[in-house]
Write a protein that binds this ligand. Structure first.
Ligand code: NIG
Ligand code: FE
Length: 412
């Protein structure tokens, strides 16, 4: 197929337009649709007959899509894809019976990746992260959230965030960056926990915020990581600077972490395997998105399921993400995460689709710009050789989309 120009007007014809239904019940499908793009935005998306003549008459490139499915570009709203090294040896340890928490307490786990990441340059981090990001792109992803949290000193956290921004620029996609300052206590602070908190809160946060490197902050609120009180201090400092918050919440135990992030009006509470009814109710009241991460559940061979029925009952928006990281989820396919969300968590394919489009956008504070094909939204589109959108969750390891557009530019 011909390649569209980098800028200017583009009219996609013969589209089978598929939008998510935010309720998670089914899809919003328009057969014989056209999508008009001007610059980086959608200026029309809908039935061919209703295309305003002023737009139809514009000069520009046209691309006929032969009635292929056109969905919003997918959004991976929770990744740790910038890091150095790998943890295949830890994978083997876990298969021989060691638990994730035991390995972490013995100084392995996250801290092993911290040692490797501290030794890596920005360009090395960018290069290795790019490989993983390209794999997501090949899967139809055009927006990625990337967390820091493997540097755990100011310079290394900065290098991770710079690498994340660099990956977005190199690939021409939107990258949301998150300062995961409270991920693990680094070894040099083992006896000085309070000093670590002071450094992250009083120095790193304002410094990296002033450098424009932070879109949100995150923490690992868990018995092997940081307490509710420590996380509360962290969120209070972020809120003072007007920075959005999100949280690794109740992944390994119920620490009332989901309720904490909801208390701060957080964008998302992520994992949630051990979240109780009060946590779900608090999220519903605050409009906090539930980010489900079946890749980590699968790799850790967990059995405690997130409270899907309660989330549904309370109308909490559910997103699905890869959690791509070297320890608990070396998963480089968002569609495989959708498949796992359906198979392991019993989401419907329509819920999984909303989970990687409109609800993922909401989890990143991008709900008015991304995750839907609609006038005024960014022209992020994936074109699929599929008959039905449920196939996005059904196939495992199948070929990616035929085309991907990010902000109006054709990536492939
Ligand atoms: O989302 N839970 C904490 N953080 C990551 C794991 C990071 C790691 O093990 O390297 C997660 O599962
Ligand atoms: Fe994570």
């Amino acid at each position: 197929m011909p390649t569209a120009p980098d800028h200017g007007d583009l009219l996609l014809t013969e589209c089978r337009l598929v939008n998510p239904d935010p309720s998670g019940h089914g899809y919003q499908i328009v057969d014989d649709a056209v999508i008009a793009i001007a610059g980086s935005s959608i200026v029309y998306a809908g039935p061919r007959q209703a295309l305003p003549s002023a737009i139809a008459g514009r000069a520009g490139k046209r691309l006929a899509l032969d009635h292929r499915l056109v969905t919003p570009g997918l959004i991976d709203c929770h990744t740790h894809l910038v890091f150095a090294g790998d943890r295949a040896a830890e994978f083997e340890q876990r298969l021989s019976g060691a638990s994730y928490a035991e390995i972490a307490r013995a100084g392995g786990g996250i801290l092993a990746t911290v040692t490797a990441t501290r030794a890596a340059s920005v360009s090395a981090l960018t290069e290795s992260g790019l490989q993983r990001a390209r794999s997501l792109l090949g899967d139809g992803v055009s927006t990625i959230e990337i967390k820091s949290g493997y540097g755990l000193d100011l310079d290394s956290e900065r290098r991770m965030l710079q690498a994340a921004r660099g990956i977005g620029q190199e690939l021409g996609i939107h990258v949301s960056t998150t300062l995961l300052g409270l991920h693990a206590l680094p070894a040099e602070y083992r006896e000085r926990r309070a000093d670590y908190l002071d450094a992250v809160i009083n120095v790193w946060l304002p410094t990296l915020h002033a450098e424009g490197l932070i879109d949100a902050v995150d923490a690992f609120c868990e018995h092997i990581a940081f307490t509710v009180e420590e996380t509360r201090r962290w969120f209070t400092a972020a809120a003072r600077l007007g920075i959005a918050v999100k949280l690794h919440a109740d992944q390994l135990s119920n620490g009332a972490a989901a309720a904490l992030v909801a208390e701060f009006g957080g964008r998302s509470a992520d994992h949630l395997e051990y979240t109780d009814a009060a946590g779900v109710a608090a999220m519903a009241a605050a409009g906090t998105v539930a980010v489900l991460l079946p890749g980590a559940f699968y790799c850790l061979r967990q059995s405690q399921l997130p409270p899907i029925a309660a989330l549904r009952r309370h109308g909490v928006a559910m997103a699905v993400a890869t959690d791509l990281n070297p320890g608990t989820s070396p998963l480089c396919s968002l569609r495989l995460a959708m498949n796992q969300a359906c198979t392991l968590f019993r989401l419907t394919p329509a819920e999984a689709f909303a989970g990687v489009t409109c609800h993922a956008a909401q989890a990143l504070g991008l709900g008015k710009r991304k995750g839907r094909i609609e006038r005024g939204y960014d022209a992020d589109l994936a074109v699929w050789n599929l008959h039905h959108p449920a196939e996005l969750s059904y196939w495992m390891g199948a070929p990616g989309p035929q085309h991907l557009f990010a902000s109006g530019q054709q990536r492939y």
